[in-house]
Design a protein. Sequence first.
Length: 102
Amino acid sequence: MSWLSVIIIAILPENCLALRDIFNVDECNYAIHPLLTVEVEDLVFLGSIIQSNTSHGFVRDPLGNISQVSLGQKIGRNGARVIKVLIDQIVVADDLNYVVIK
């Protein structure tokens, strides 16, 4: 079982659910503590995908700002990175947390 499979079955916290509503995040989860949830809450680019391919994407945040995110890009102070960029989703994760932006 991969680490992602373990994370998927973890319980969703309230602040994570709030992020889903506010920032149009499709999935949000954490395994032990919400390090990435706290970091992601401060990210300027968190929002909806405008355009993406397999290496980078452009994301519009709720305020209308547009930022580019790239595969492997480090996000925030806790070492979270962009681990997957697809046409319809961007996945940001650290060792314990992941967020899927659609």
